[in-house]
Design a protein around this ligand. Structure first.
Ligand SMILES: *Cc1c(COP(=O)(O)O)cnc(C)c1O
Length: 436
């Protein structure tokens, strides 16, 4: 932004979190960006209607593919991640499946980190079967694993900035280099870090996906997702005919040739969102916009509280391990210093000695922590995977997933940290352990 009397100014993250994508509404002067609760839009005349449907001009047609409130959120997310644009979806998983559907065809192959959100592992396996796409999971910690898994048919590398449940930190720059040597994009799920803690595109990631449901929304009120594109990947390198060649699903439009850097995003919206239909509603987009206004403030507090609790737990004899990547001695300390200098997130696991029974009882002993299957709320959350999300698994299968019988997962909120520690003491007291 610039004024006649001043040089151009690049605004800071806090300013952009509040202002990007939302100007006062010119018609009414409304300062909060309005919720455009409408399914459709009146065309000015038949010619402009035709131009919109031909993608020759950009104009609102139908809220399955575009809505001003949702567009405002998309602009804010693209701005904060440093991308050229974004498309929002009804959930994080809708964003991921749509991102994949837009670029893959049967016979392609994906290399994915094995340390992913459980819902994503299930989704990738299911989509790979349905789309006849090959899928290889790798231990994400060694760059060589990624390189070894790449094949001639590989079309995508996929990982999370901060993985599950071990808090694996991705060496984004190294894995992006493997992807680019193979002529394919690196897609990063940045949900646990948010663009406040890390912007994967600055390290070479080509596409960033988000579950807005978590820290970005921040209050556990709405489900949503987004795909952000860096605009840097060359879809015309011969490997992505589905993006580069004339599309039979859009009367022969060649998306990459016609829209250049915006080709992938245009195809994602005009074809995939149109056909799969996982559109975000304007009311939820408004709630996400509000959440993002306080993202930097909340994240500071989330990471500070989480680190303090991680340290407190580490000092206890009856805690076998605290898997917080920001703690001293973490195998990820070097990667945290590089990619997450403001903090290594606020979701982590610790291993209680005493097995399944101790884990389950511990949960009964807490009051402030909510026992539920979500992360990234302003409120602190707790779950015992072995008796809930992973209860069908035997101890060996649990171990393969990196979860012990006594593993507890915490998502640390923004309450007073002394109160959270008091509450966890209640958990220890419940299983007959000493309280300081
Ligand atoms: C929750 C989550 C998702 C899925 O998002 P939904 O909004 O629940 O569909 C994907 N990745 C990560 C890391 C998540 O935490």
């Amino acid at each position: 932004m610039s004024y006649d009397h001043q040089p151009e100014r690049a605004f800071g993250f806090h300013t952009r979190a509040v202002h990007a994508g939302a100007r006062p509404e010119p018609g009414t002067g409304a300062r909060a960006f309005p919720i455009y609760q409408t399914s459709s839009y009146v065309f000015e005349d038949p010619e402009s209607a035709a131009a919109y449907f031909n993608l020759q001009e950009y104009g609102n047609t139908y809220s399955r593919i575009m809505n001003p409130t949702v567009a405002s959120l998309e602009e804010r997310l693209a701005n904060l991640e440093g991308g050229i644009g974004a498309v929002a979806f009804a959930s994080g998983l809708a964003a991921q499946s749509s991102a994949l559907f837009t670029m893959l065809v049967p016979g392609d192959h994906i290399v994915a980190s094995a340390a992913l959100y459980g819902g994503t592992v299930t989704q990738l396996k299911h989509l790979a079967r349905k789309l006849s796409v090959g899928l290889t999971f790798v231990d994400p910690d060694a760059t060589a694993n990624w390189r070894d898994a790449v094949r001639e048919e590989t079309r995508l590398l996929f990982a999370e900035t901060i993985g599950n449940p071990g808090g694996n930190i991705l060496d984004i720059e190294a894995v992006a280099a493997v992807a680019h040597d193979a002529g394919v994009p690196l897609m990063v799920d940045n949900t646990f870090a948010t663009p406040y803690l890390c912007r994967p595109m600055e390290w070479g990631a080509d596409i960033v996906v988000h579950s807005l449901t978590k820290f970005l929304g921040g209050h556990g009120t709405s489900i949503g997702g987004a795909v952000v594109d860096s605009g840097e990947f060359d879809w015309s390198n011969g490997k992505f005919s589905v993006v580069a060649d004339p599309s039979p699903a859009y009367h022969g439009l060649a998306f990459h040739e016609t829209f250049g850097n915006y080709g992938y995003l245009m195809k994602l919206r005009a074809e995939t969102l149109r056909d799969l239909g996982g559109a975000l509603g304007p009311q939820n987009a408004f709630l996400f916009m509000q959440g993002i206004e306080t993202l930097p403030l909340r994240m500071e507090r989330h990471v500070g509280n989480a680190l303090a609790i991680g340290q407190w737990l580490s000092a206890r004899e009856d805690v076998e391990a605290v898997r917080h990547p920001g703690l001293p001695g973490s195998p990820y300390a070097g990667l945290v210093a590089r990619y997450l200098p403001k903090g290594a997130g606020a979701v982590f696991c610790f291993d209680l000695d005493g097995g399944r029974e101790a884990g389950q009882e511990f949960i009964r002993g807490v009051q402030l922590f909510s026992h539920l299957a979500n992360v990234g709320d302003a409120k602190s959350l707790i779950i015992h995977p072995a008796s809930t999300t992973h209860r069908q698994l035997g101890d060996d299968e649990l171990a393969a997933a990196g979860i012990g019988p006594g593993t507890i997962r915490l998502s640390i909120g923004i309450e007073d940290v002394e109160d959270l520690i008091w509450d966890l003491e209640g958990g220890f007291a419940r299983i007959g352990r000493e309280v300081a």
